[in-house]
Design a protein around this ligand. Sequence first.
Ligand code: SF4
Length: 440
Amino acid sequence: MAVYVHIPFCRTRCHYCAFYLETGFSPRVLRETLSGIIAEAREWMRRLGYPRIHTVYIGGGTPSVIPPDQLEMFLTQLFETLGLAMHEEASEMAATDPDDARASVPDEITIEANPESVTDMFLETLRRTGVDRISLGVQSLFDRELALLGRRSDASTAREAIRRIERSWQGRWSADLIVGTPGQDTGDLSAQIDELSDRGVEHLSLYGLTVEPHTALEQAVRRGSVRMPDREIHETLWIAAKRSAIRRGFHQYEVSNFALRGAESRHNHVYWRLDPYLGLGPGAVSTLPSMVFGQPRALRLTGGSVFSYQSIHRGTLPHEMEVLDNVSFLFEHFMNGLRTAEGVSMERIAKRFGVDPALLCTHLHRHWRGYSQRDRRADPTRTLRLRNGAREVVDSYLAELLGALETWEEAQGLELSWSASSHRNESRRFAGAGAVEHTR
Ligand code: SF4
């Protein structure tokens, strides 16, 4: 399974950000939260029967606000708790037990970083602990845009971080850019993508700027001091960014994500395919197999705040819990998968829900407008994929898709078969290792 770790701390809050995080935190709160995450990891590994962890993503917040020596200690403990061997350790293990060594080496460990905290010491800490991918929150290479977004770093700090990565980072790296900042033009976007590509970035995440409730950006828009680009301008910017990325050799493997061939994020695929994932840390979300009154169900857990999280030290896991009904869970497979170039594997759906893909396709064909947007090169009983272009507007079809799934007669008889090991072995029964026992 995959593990996401949420580090809910930032020095200041960006103007557009609505994530759960704390800005005024003391060293004690940071220390206790990190040790709480280790305690939580230990408890979940025990409850889940010590599953093999394939990918880890350490996000936030800003994980790079943790001072390097504390970060090194935290990552070392975390990876040990998750049963991960790093490459040097794995080569020693391989000499005695090759199978054991192979089983414990993760496919990918990513950490998010903001430019102002990318120092040589930070990069060295990552290398020593076995992190092999950095997701750098660049967002823009123009001071005017960075100020408007309320980012802490300016363009020269971002360039310095990129130069450092270029000079001394052996692993993979990705950059985030924001599309649709007020006043942005298509030339600005292309120039930034060209510059990042020249600097060797192999993965780009392009996010459209949205005005979230209760943010500084929302207040500025309401006051009239900031004017967001209208829909048409936003689309023009988006198309320009996408073309620039494609011109530089990136392929769009999900609506917001572009990669050079072979540099796609392995961790992202876990979310899009809805393989089980464990979220650790305040505010983190997990989707896990569970037995509810003897029935297999998907469980969605959301971690509490930094303050409720302190109860972990007293042996309680503070989570909000939602039991997903099978139709909602099936819908999520489409909601996520239809945004990707890979599409939705109907074979996986058939195995997970015990449905006949041909019957489902026939029903969708009759009752879901978006079905006509499918990529006709793929056999829909094996893979349901939208045409390039239709993927970007999939949201406009989702309410109708949910309605179509809810009115499908066969939906009443869905039987979930899904486990923590199901992405490597789909046929393994749900109630096997990796299911959380849950009775209420
Ligand atoms: S750095 Fe990221 S998580 Fe932190 S405030 Fe800014 S957008 Fe939010």
